[in-house]
Design a binder for this molecule. Sequence first.
Ligand code: BES
Ligand code: MN
Ligand code: ZN
Length: 499
Amino acid sequence: MKALKLASTLATPYAVIGLSAKDGKLKIESGAVTVNEKALLEILKNLGATGKSNEIIKVPFSKPQTIYFTGLGETSKSYDPENLRRAAGSAARELAGQSAATFALPASTLAQISAVAEGAALGAYAFNEFRSSTKSDFKEPLEQIIVATKSTTDAAVKRALVRAEIIARHTATVRDLINTPPSHLTPDSFCSRMKKLATPLGLKVEILNEATLKAQGYGGIIGVGQGSANPPRLLRVSYNPSKARARYAFVGKGITFDTGGLALKPANGMEAMKSDMSGAAAVIGAIFAIAELKLPIAIDAWAPLAENMVSENATRPSDIINIYGGKTVEVLNPDAEGRLVLADALVRAQEVGKKAGGLDGIIDVATLTGAQVVALGTRTSAVMTNDVEFSQEFLTASEKAGEAFWPMPLPEELRASLDSPVADLANIGDRMGGMLVAGLFLKEFIEPDLSWLHLDIAGPSYNEATPHGYTPVGGTGIALRTLVTLIESASSQAPRSRK
Ligand code: BES
Ligand code: MN
Ligand code: ZN
């Protein structure tokens, strides 16, 4: 996607219009513009259109030349923004290869107009970087998105469009990172790519290499990364606006490939573990968007990066490592590596936050457990917390952003399963409730009076099925929109009273 604009008429050869149905009766939903509904309904009936979500019906017409009818489901007086986001996204995906299209959907509120712009821009994505001889078989994403609205001069609508473009561009970066295989994305190259993007945004970047990590006691990141020829890194990107109203830390799991280490994963499906840095990509993408939106909240985004490999140097089951700050962990299963790199980064993030005057909250984002996918499936992420009020705020933001998150508990009785006979903690506990056990492990590294969210995005971060709505196959970019929306609402609120 190259540009996002507003218009009050259908001036492009391609148009996207909504189609709904109720009691077997189709309804054309063209929002701010009018079309010849009678003639079009006749054609749509003959084509067997249903108006169901995810349905796209292409109709050759005169003006506009081609209409893409996108299903909105049941006819409504006012459509849910996420419904519009998805309908616009499905159509944008179908429009790959075209240079421009006008989206005329039933959007009158700011939330609805934003959703149309966002959905269309998010749907206009493709990852063809590594195609060579087959490149010409694949279409480029839709280039120009025009959102039809009566309020083309409204300042808030204009801002919403700018915001949608920012969200989509940084989501594309997150998706690209996830889709890039470990042959082309190592802890070091992740850092250099991010540094290149961070600098023009005025962000500060700090990169710790393996020698520094070792010298300063980052035993989790070193222990996970030591089996690989591609050494680990700790990346920190800082956004420090003047007169910040609050300060948050984001920490994202950055395993550039997870073989499972000496607890080697089965070959079947291992390729999906190139996505095990989705949390790191999401938090860096989010801070980029937050900085570009100039939100008045200070953020440090941390990405502990390592490649979990098998070699003579790999961490063995029974090895004991020292997490940053001193806690010892017995590594019983080297495939439970995410929590080890996160522990280092969480402790460091809190130390730095304290020096800067205290954090208002800390959020980690991770493709942490297969148990998350078993519990919630591939489209709903989990949120765990030590502060229900904070997670409520987060869930409100997720609803607004159109990303599905669901609260999960951290039951105290599971904690004892992480006891080790030889160290402060073992890196695995009860298999049952594995997502919660992983959350309880991380909780050991959080200061009790600091508000903390743990997001397990193992399923939703990577789409191995078919595209749907604005979601492509491969990296999805999940969590970025909710993080940005949360910081937006924190920007317009009085500082949250610390827990
Ligand atoms: N990266 C995986 C979790 C994962 C699984 C992400 C499926 C996305 C899809 C993580 O490092 C892992 O291997 N977790 C283990 C933990 C277990 C050994 C306690 C798991 O979930 O099996
Ligand atoms: Mn693993
Ligand atoms: Zn992993």
